[in-house]
Design a protein around this ligand. Structure first.
Ligand SMILES: *[C@@H]1O[C@H](CO)[C@@H](O)[C@H](O)[C@H]1NC(C)=O
Ligand SMILES: *[C@@H]1O[C@H](CO)[C@@H](O)[C@H](O)[C@H]1NC(C)=O
Ligand SMILES: *[C@@H]1O[C@H](CO)[C@@H](O)[C@H](O)[C@H]1NC(C)=O
Ligand SMILES: *[C@@H]1O[C@H](CO)[C@@H](O)[C@H](O)[C@H]1NC(C)=O
Ligand SMILES: *[C@@H]1O[C@H](CO)[C@@H](O)[C@H](O)[C@H]1NC(C)=O
Ligand SMILES: *[C@@H]1O[C@H](CO)[C@@H](O)[C@H](O)[C@H]1NC(C)=O
Length: 817
């Protein structure tokens, strides 16, 4: 019935402009200049802007050589704020220092004026430090009788050592020795003749190019598969093998992103087997980097923003990187930075942690006491993804398991669930989970003093309380006097954290006229309109089922109050009184997007406005995901949570509730009618979620904005229609016009419609890897990036055969009310 092509479109006819062709092309550099230089300045410093170094020449200080087309530059650089100098190649035209290759990555120099980068008489590139000792050498062996050699920086960023009389004779090239970056026309793989591998190795940290723990290299067993490894051993991501068109592994490199800017190729010939890529459009500037975070990231330069845009990264979930947070570190996908230490532990090296290098992990604050009557105890750490290297023990109860661990000096933690498991030595790959799914509790062994410390706090509490009490008492006295005065003035709370107002419950009762005008009801409470004399109206949300303590609530709320973006609803105040928790937001006169699309009594929103609404929502979410101090996953994107101001400018509301509600959030959400159709599959399966869960919901909502109707509808005859399947199929067939809201009477921009439809279908892919990031979505909607035809998501296809899949059923039912 539906014919869906889930295979990626074939790459462009292979126009292989690989190394040989490229090198020949670069021959055209004015030969005359060389001759002049040879006669005038052999054995001298470089004199003018050039793209090459000749035998005997050297440079130092801030001299550089520049590729013929001005793209790349080679010279001394210092990473970040360090005072260490390295020889590197970077993009000359970009305002942000972006280094693609480093020569002396392991040994830095501290003075460039007396150091020299030189092409020696024996045809080697060497770096001499201030005492003229070589600290790096290309180690190139040049056979033949060739006696005129040049080192040329090519337009593709390759530094090549070659024979001037026959430039296809290459002794050495930087592309054979990549550092952490893969640029178009470079390669990673292996040389069958020399047995050398071309692998990417991450920097040690953001200021040190020395080899870090992560590497990307081809399978030494001879297949075409690439592996990301930790410490040259543990594989934590696989590319899959090459099938002639793309690397097939699960997860596959996201086709949407892969094929829009580059053609990836795998070549296996007599000399080498390697992967390389060519640009689709040679104006694009892009690079792949094996980041300090252990992820391989594709970046694209956007002229408009004057910044790099993250195109995709693998593995998609940062916490899947092996040992990212080191021993006894916890990886938490919902917070930035991702790594923190277990209780009772502290970073082994604060200096490294500050440079995003967590590999040293955490160390105990106080040592364990071992022996027959160890005084050690256990801290309970809930919702953990446990390390895999456990030892299973035969223990009948949790207590038995606990004492088995105590009696074993090397035991550092235990878990008791489907049996007793203990861990010995360092704990690696701990991950914070969310949701009740298969949450597991880890009992971490700590010294008695660390347990005392937690108890000590509670013993100190009475003292703190009495001090606090005294302070509060005086506050109350002052407050009373103030209150009397204030009650005659405009009713307004007191300011905390900049613009956030702390209201009393009585004040909010007054503002909302005792909660008389109800604006709506969501999963976490009802919203009421309130008016503050002399200022604009507010919406007051009364949170239900919130069990969070006062202090933590205020801390979370202050964080949310600091978030300001034109496409995010502004939190103006809150109330935390006894068990009552309320949030005060700016009031949006135009209600929610849901009421406009499905309410029936509103004017039809025209296409231009719909497109702008989509873009606005994407910008708001992009801000939440990537621009806030702490990354916020919204978790509940749906048309009900998009409010419109008087100009129909969209404002995302209810963000940050996931964190406020904690564990209750997922329980409430999954039981909430009308929400489940927007939830990503991984959400429903209780797996860890990332920002891509929001992307999924965004895609579902985009489809509703396009069609002007709910994604699921149940007709009177009991038949259920599920629009996303229809939409994905039509998009795959290239027929987007049939998806448009009939009310628009075809008054649409076809190009925008195509873009938005394809994008929506990429967003609702089953695999998070396939879904674009919010930053990417913004770029596509702004017209800065092209987007390919997406495959029909497998789960939607499966739905045709199996309509019982509960999340669709749920969402279908919810559409009837
Ligand atoms: C060059 O050879 C020397 C001596 O064998 C070695 O120490 C050095 O690491 C080599 N340099 C490079 C860049 O391979
Ligand atoms: C290159 O070397 C050959 C002999 O090895 C010599 O005859 C010739 O003059 C040299 N050319 C230059 C330019 O030095
Ligand atoms: C240059 O070197 C290549 C490879 O060694 C050889 O095939 C070619 O004939 C040489 N060209 C000239 C002009 O000598
Ligand atoms: C990394 O591997 C090396 C060599 O196998 C080993 O000596 C070293 O201990 C490993 N590092 C860590 C942190 O495990
Ligand atoms: C870029 O591509 C265009 C068309 O494909 C070609 O004419 C142009 O020469 C290329 N520019 C460079 C620098 O390769
Ligand atoms: C073990 O406990 C006994 C008595 O409770 C105490 O005298 C002894 O010092 C303890 N041994 C160790 C190694 O702590």
């Amino acid at each position: 019935m539906f014919v869906a092509s889930s295979a990626p479109p074939p790459p462009d006819p292979l126009s292989l402009p690989l190394m040989e062709a490229r090198n020949r092309a670069c021959l055209s550099f004015p030969v005359l200049v060389f001759f002049v230089l040879i006669f005038v300045s052999n054995e001298a410093n470089l004199s003018a802007a050039t793209n090459s170094i000749l035998t005997g020449q050297s440079f130092s200080g801030n001299q550089t050589i520049v590729s013929e087309d001005g793209t790349f530059e080679l010279g001394f650089f210092t990473p970040g704020n360090s005072r260490k100098f390295y020889i590197g190649i970077w993009y000359k035209k970009l305002p942000k220092q972006t280094v693609i290759w480093v020569a002396n990555r392991e040994k830095f120099i501290s003075n460039t004026t007396s150091s020299e980068f030189k092409l020696t008489q024996d045809r080697n590139l060497v770096l001499l430090n201030q005492s003229k000792t070589p600290i790096w050498s290309s180690n190139s062996s040049s056979p033949t009788s060739s006696n005129r050699t040049e080192a040329v920086l090519l337009n593709n960023g390759n530094l090549v050592l070659r024979d001037m009389s026959n430039t296809s004779v290459i002794f050495w090239q930087s592309f054979d020795h990549p550092t952490d970056t893969f640029v178009p026309e470079s390669w990673i793989g292996m040389n069958k003749v020399t047995g050398e591998y071309q692998s990417l190795t991450s920097w040690k940290n953001s200021e040190d190019p020395a080899p870090g723990y992560f590497s990307d290299s081809i399978d030494s067993g001879g297949t075409s598969e690439f592996f990301l490894r930790w410490n040259q051993s543990e594989i934590y991501w696989r590319s899959g093998t090459w099938n002639g068109e793309y690397f097939t592994g699960a997860p596959v490199l996201p086709e949407m992103r892969r094929t829009t800017i580059i053609n990836v190729l795998y070549i296996d010939n007599e000399q080498r087997r390697y992967a390389t890529c060519t640009l689709k459009n040679n104006a694009t500037i892009t690079r792949q980097v094996l980041d300090v975070s252990g992820q391989i990231k594709q970046w694209v330069w956007l002229d408009k923003n004057q910044d790099w845009l993250l195109f995709w990264s693998e593995p998609d979930a940062q916490c899947d990187v092996y040992s990212l947070c080191g021993p006894f570190g916890i990886c938490d996908s919902k917070s930035i930075p991702y790594c923190s230490c277990l209780q009772g532990f502290e970073p082994a090296s604060m200096a490294d942690w500050e440079l995003n290098d967590y590999s040293s992990g955490c160390v105990r604050r106080s040592t364990l006491k071992c022996g027959k009557n160890s005084s050690d105890g256990f801290l309970t750490i809930s919702n953990m993804k446990l390390p895999s290297n456990s030892h299973s023990l035969d223990a009948q109860s949790s207590d038995d398991c606990s004492s088995a661990c105590l009696n074993d000096c090397s035991c550092t933690a235990y878990a008791y669930g489907n049996g007793c498991f203990i861990w010995k030595g360092e704990l690696l790959n701990l991950q914070q989970l969310y949701g009740d799914g298969d949450s597991t509790t880890l009992y971490l062994r700590v010294s008695a003093s660390d347990i005392q410390n937690t108890k000590g706090k509670s013993r100190a509490l009475p003292i703190i309380l009495s001090v606090v009490g005294a302070v509060i008492l005086s506050c109350i006295l002052v407050g009373l006097a103030w209150r009397v005065r204030r009650s005659r003035m405009i009713r307004k709370g007191k300011l905390v954290e900049g613009s956030l107002v702390a209201y009393s419950y009585a004040e909010l009762q007054h503002i909302t006229r005792n909660f008389s005008e109800k604006l709506g009801r969501g999963g976490f409470g009802s919203v009421f309109r309130g008016s503050v004399p002399g200022s604009s109206d507010v919406a007051v949300k009364r949170l239900e089922e919130l069990r969070q303590g006062d202090k933590q609530f205020i801390a979370e709320v202050s964080t949310l109050g600091a978030i300001q973006h034109v496409n995010l609803i502004r939190l103006c105040g809150f109330c935390s009184e006894g068990s009552k928790r309320l949030l005060v937001y700016e009031y949006m006169p135009n209600g929610s997007l849901a009421s406009h699309l499905f309410g029936g009594n509103h004017k039809i929103i025209n296409w231009k406005t719909r497109y702008q609404i989509m873009l606005g929502i994407a910008r708001g979410l992009y801000y939440l995901h990537e621009k806030c101090r702490e990354c916020i996953i919204h978790c509940d994107i749906k048309p009900e949570n998009i409010l419109l101001d008087s100009e129909l400018c969209p404002k995302v509301s209810d963000f940050g509730l996931a964190k406020l509600m904690g564990r209750d959030f997922s329980r409430v959400l999954t039981t909430l009618k009308g929400t489940i159709g927007y939830l990503a599959p991984e959400w429903i399966r209780g797996l860890p979620i990332t920002t891509k869960a929001d992307v999924y919901s965004f895609g579902m909502m985009a489809l509703e904005l396009i069609s002007g109707r709910r994604n699921s509808e149940q007709f009177n005859d009991g038949n259920i229609s599920f629009f996303p399947l229809f939409a994905a199929t039509k998009v795959a067939e290239g027929d987007v016009l049939s998806l448009i809201d009939k009310n628009l009477e075809d008054n649409v921009e076809t190009e925008e419609l195509t873009r938005m439809c394809r994008l929506a279908c990429w967003c609702i892919q089953d695999s998070e890897t396939y879904r674009p990031s919010m930053g990417h979505i913004v770029q596509v909607l702004e017209g800065g990036l092209e987007v390919n035809i997406p495959p029909v998501p497998q789960s939607l296809l499966a739905l045709m055969e199996d309509r019982e899949q509960y999340w669709y059923e749920e969402s279908s039912l919810s559409s009837t009310n």
